[in-house]
Design a protein around this ligand. Sequence first.
Ligand SMILES: Cc1cc2nc3c(=O)[nH]c(=O)nc-3n(C[C@H](O)[C@H](O)[C@H](O)COP(=O)(O)OP(=O)(O)OC[C@H]3O[C@@H](n4cnc5c(N)ncnc54)[C@H](O)[C@@H]3O)c2cc1C
Length: 464
Amino acid sequence: MTSPTPPLPHLALIGAGITSLTLSIRLSALQIPHTIYEQSPSLTELGAGLGFGPNAVRALEHIDPRLVETFNKTATFVGTPSPEGRKILEREGGGNEGDKVWIEFLDGTKQGGNVTPEFVIKAGNGRGHAAVHRGKWLDVLAGLVTAEIKFGKRLVDIIDSEGVGGKVKLVFGDGTVAEADGVVGCDGVKSRVREILVDAIHGKGEGKSKGKCGYSGKYAYRCLVPWDKAVEAVGEDRAGVSSLWMGPNRHLLTFPVNRQKERFLNLVAFVTDKNQTWSRTEASSLTLPATRTDALKDFEQAGFSEAVLQLLRMTQEKMDRWGLFDLADRPLPMFFSGRIMVIGDAAHASTPHHGSGAGFCMEDIAILGALFEEAITHKDLTVDTLGDVFAVFDHRRHERDQWLVKSSRRAADLYEWRIPGFQGPSGFEKMKADIEERQEICWGFDVESAVKEAKGEMYRGSQR
Ligand SMILES: Cc1cc2nc3c(=O)[nH]c(=O)nc-3n(C[C@H](O)[C@H](O)[C@H](O)COP(=O)(O)OP(=O)(O)OC[C@H]3O[C@@H](n4cnc5c(N)ncnc54)[C@H](O)[C@@H]3O)c2cc1C
């Protein structure tokens, strides 16, 4: 006689960003009951383009093939090298019709309208740099979510005092309380769940300091430049390929994104902040108001070329300045404690210099989903075994996720000529090799093998 299947635990997902909604789609496919709690009154995504590398796409395929189908339909793929980029590839023995590039790297301080790249990094997916519009992607995810999303619910506390088998209490800013069997914090950079977790690990009161992201010492201006203006500034060939202009303590990244039927140039201008505009420990607001003039001043002072300044002149007058916060200085010792865990940016908020933060969130979901699936197959996913699933997740993901946080910081320092031995034009060859190696670590993640290994770890040597 087969044993009865125990009831599956009800999870609370905190936050309704990309991580939470994608995880929800996977949980629903596994019939794991859950509710999403979001602090905002509706779904919001700030910023414009979101690049997905091949690892992210493989993870999406594993999570739900419908996601890849939609991604292929909605993403903007830009991979055809510029004529100058192709010449570089040809010199290196490539330059075939099918060769696609990820980013062309330019010396942003070279004057004279020069838009010739110093080196080119080939795309790891054979298709080029692939980016979706953030808001549109969130809408795609929301269209596939079947679980309830409760808006206006800002989590302030979690009370887990009833021991094994009991419910966890969620306390919200509006004074209401909800219950769940386990909590998955998908609440991003300023995660409250992370703070509560750190309290649980290090002792009450520690979360307010050790559980917070720190200022990376860099900020970024982000905006969409209308396509005709971008072409006017740097020409169609340059605007049409992902480009990164390097320079001392600054770098500028551009790539095309399509929104509805319109095309834009997504522009992100990064600055190493010698004034430490944000304190290293506190981030009351991740953005501060700024202007085009501020951005221009930042790049003029650093000696950037007319081509770069011309691009910046094409931005709108009012822009936000985004403080880049991460967990490089305060890595979490563990992603879980008991029945509470964090995932996505809540677990490993990173600066964006590998273009892989969200991609690693997708990898997290592929692994967590596989572990839940394995536990269900063993009729073993219960309130009391949630912590075991979270522990294996932590073991499988911690090192790789934390690597991204550290490596991303280094990548920006390479782009901004801040690392001895890799500085300026003489260091380009070495820099290229270093960046290629790091991107390969991001892109090369074998989701299927990782899923298999994670599942294998769940019941290895266990008599359960
Ligand atoms: C400038 C920049 C460019 C980037 N570019 C890329 C890229 O090209 N490719 C890539 O892969 N990644 C990129 N990233 C990283 C990527 O944006 C993040 O990794 C991703 O958005 C994280 O998603 P998330 O759902 O974990 O967190 P978030 O998107 O931050 O979502 C968290 C959600 O939780 C909610 N929330 C927060 N606190 C609470 C609370 N107490 N109670 C209830 N709800 C709460 C928030 O309102 C929000 O909706 C970039 C990041 C930046 C800053």
